[in-house]
Ligand binder design. Structure first.
Ligand code: GLA
Length: 667
């Protein structure tokens, strides 16, 4: 690393001596943190543990249903050893049942078949329905000595064989789906073998990304093992958290899957749980019971939920959850106004105003800034062989040239992009790799490409890219076409669009044209994971090297999505080896070193073209109890998971009226 950085500095000697910045030319500029978060860290078992209690109770609204025989008694609905949330970790203690938790989101439910990669609209709705083998969100509160691997969830415990090539997982026993059906190993097998490992299914976990490809062996109804081809460690288990390791109801889905139904196609399978048919069968704390398109999703408590508090009260405390289908900007506006209960404040455009209002004593919300975890980038498709036509192939081949990517990076005035987003100290340059809020980020391991149009132009000239027809846009070599990069951006995120417009005008100055293609969020999501674009612009949260790895890292044969199955660049091979090494060790010092090496590789090669990164603030309405102060918007997972919504509550006197009191999902 040191050698390479010296070489870069020497290469620039003549140009830089003039301005006297030789020593710092390729280092990240100094960063000022705005984070006001202070956390008291605790042990894993202080948050929750599996276990059994002498007796259990339930939300009063369920009493009549049990009395009438419509619902089995609570002891029969709970597993043998439910997850028990500890009172000591609840800032406001054991809760009161009832009321509504009001979300506002910018997404729309694509469908309920998350096993086939469908999302439910983001902003916490996916996570309210899905439960995963392990959990990452609450790890932000775990003290350093206990930061090895994820927290348990449906996977109650696990163990390794002597050479760490076999991981045996014990599932919770007696968990039930929201329709009362038993959750068992068949659900996990179906998820893994018929979804993850079936290349025709757009599963959220990429095929063979798990430890380089692992075979699953079922042992009994609640036990199975993964067999890896090389030794692994606790870190790899993080892959089984949201959004990758979340089984779906096999008793519903198998009949729709082509492996079990000769009439089904992969397309019909993906579409088999359409968003207008409710309720879907889930393991989550709440079940969608109403979906009014573009308006609202109402979720009601899942009477089979497998978690309790220490007093034996079945969770969640809230009876109802709303997801108002609006815009991401409106999420913050409504949280500030008090008509919504929660927002990850992440559009810098409204930071100043929202901060001002939330600092008022009378404000219904509290706001706390964390580290910079929101980072935006332009991702170029590097899969030249996978291009549909010659024009696209020529562009993607150009994207594979390191000098081309470096030129784009040098052409960006990141300070100007940041100030266009929000005046003030919020934005800090982002190049590629980890966001600065990641525990694995190290500024000194990052190679920066400072704003330098002359350098950008020289790099482009060096690739033989001249403006041969004098129209202001450089042409592909040998009299080729204008270099016009069609770049997708989702239509519902202000900060993304605003930045891409700035990027387009800055790149135009060095003779590269960006053609902005606005698409809806679902299309942007689908194209991102399917690798169908020339270039795409958006936010990516590169914090944990084990989370949604295929979006950013060469973590499997078909990863990253932006070089989906394509020929790897030489540095990508090196990077892939480091990612695999990171995932297969739990030695913190070794991981930190590997992360630094990964960071250097992606930044010196401008793997993606980053713009800026900003801190985010979490807004939670003050009437919501147990929202732990200091909960980050994003650390191991988004705040919707980190804040542990199943244990949030509101005193009866402050509760918002339920739209569907006495209702539970039909089962
Ligand atoms: C969207 C939002 C984030 C967060 C996630 C949760 O991406 O922009 O703030 O709510 O959904 O999945």
């Amino acid at each position: 690393m040191v050698r390479k950085r010296m070489k870069t500095a020497l290469g620039l000697t003549t140009a830089l001596l003039a301005v006297g910045t030789i020593a710092t030319a390729d280092e990240m500029p100094p960063e000022t943190s705005l984070s006001g978060l202070q956390n008291e860290l605790i042990g894993r078992a202080d948050i929750y543990e599996h276990g059994s209690l002498a007796s259990y109770s339930q939300a009063p609204m369920l009493d009549a249903l049990v009395d009438s025989g419509a619902l089995p008694p609570v002891e029969e609905r709970l597993p043998v050893e439910p997850i028990i949330f500890k009172t000591g970790a609840m800032v406001d203690g054991v809760g009161e049942y009832g009321g509504v938790f009001r979300h506002v989101i910018g997404g729309r439910p694509e469908g309920w078949n998350w096993m086939a990669g469908q999302h439910q609209g983001w902003g916490g709705i996916n996570m309210a329905m899905q439960e995963c083998l392990v959990r990452q969100g609450p790890r932000w509160q775990v003290k350093a000595e206990e930061q090895t691997g994820p927290l348990p969830n449906l996977a109650q415990s696990w163990s390794w064989n002597d050479d760490n090539t076999e991981l045996t997982i014990n599932l919770m026993q007696g968990v039930k789906w929201s329709d009362g059906d038993a959750f068992d190993v068949e659900d996990v097998r179906f998820w893994y073998e018929d979804n993850v490992q079936d290349e025709n299914v757009a599963s959220r976990m990429a095929k063979d990304s798990f430890g380089g490809g692992a075979a699953m062996e079922v042992i009994d109804d609640y036990t199975f093992k993964f067999v890896f081809s090389a030794p692994q460690a606790e870190t790899i288990v993080e892959n089984l958290a949201y959004i990758q390791g979340c089984p779906g109801p096999s008793h519903v889905l198998k009949d729709q899957h082509p492996a079990y139904n000769g009439d089904a196609t992969y397309d019909s399978y993906t579409q088999s749980l359409p968003n207008d048919v409710v309720p879907p069968v889930v393991l989550g704390a709440w079940v969608p019971v109403v979906h009014r398109p573009d308006e609202l999703v109402i979720m009601r408590r899942n009477p089979f939920y497998f978690k309790v508090d220490e007093a034996g009260n079945q969770l969640p405390y809230f009876n109802e959850m709303h997801f108002r289908l609006s815009t991401w900007g409106d999420r913050t506006a409504q949280a500030v106004a008090g008509t919504g209960d929660f927002s990850n404040m992440e559009d810098p455009g409204n930071y100043v105003e929202a901060l001002k209002q939330s600092q008022d004593e009378a404000s219904p919300v509290r706001a706390n800034f964390g580290p910079r975890v929101l980072a935006w980038r332009m991702t170029l498709n590097l899969d030249a062989a996978g291009a549909e036509d010659d024009g696209e192939k020529a562009l993607r081949s150009l994207f594979r040239e390191t000098d081309f990517r470096l030129a784009l990076s040098h052409a960006l005035d990141r300070d100007a992009i940041g100030q266009a987003l929000a005046r003030g100290p919020f934005a800090y340059p982002y190049v590629s790799g980890f966001a600065s809020g990641s525990p694995y980020y190290d500024a000194s391991a990052s190679v920066y490409q400072p704003f330098d149009q002359a350098k950008a132009s020289a790099l482009l000239d060096g690739l033989g890219l001249a403006d041969t027809d004098g129209n202001g846009v450089r042409n592909l070599p040998d009299g080729g076409a204008d270099i016009v990069i069609s770049t997708q951006v989702a239509d519902n995120a202000n900060a993304d669009r605003k930045q891409l417009e700035a990027v387009a005008s800055q790149l135009e100055e060095v003779g590269i044209r960006i053609n902005i293609r606005t698409v809806d969020q679902t299309t942007a999501d689908t194209n991102t994971t399917g690798g169908s674009y020339t270039a795409i612009f958006g936010r990516e949260n590169v914090i944990m090297p084990t989370r949604e790895t295929c979006r950013s890292w060469p973590s499997g044969p078909s990863c990253p999505h932006f070089n989906d199955g394509g020929e790897r660049l030489p540095f990508e091979e090196e990077l892939a080896a480091k990612v695999a090494a990171f995932q297969s060790t739990s030695d913190a010092a070794e991981q930190a070193q590997l992360a630094r090496e990964m960071q250097t590789l992606v930044t010196e090669n401008a793997y993606t073209i980053g713009t800026v990164q900003v801190p985010a603030a979490l807004l939670v309405n003050k009437r919501v109890k147990n929202a732990h102060p200091g909960t980050p918007v994003f650390m191991y997972e988004w705040a919707e998971d980190g804040v542990v919504r199943e244990r949030l509550w509101t005193p009866v006197a402050d509760q918002v009226d339920e739209v569907l009191p006495d209702t539970i999902a039909e089962y």
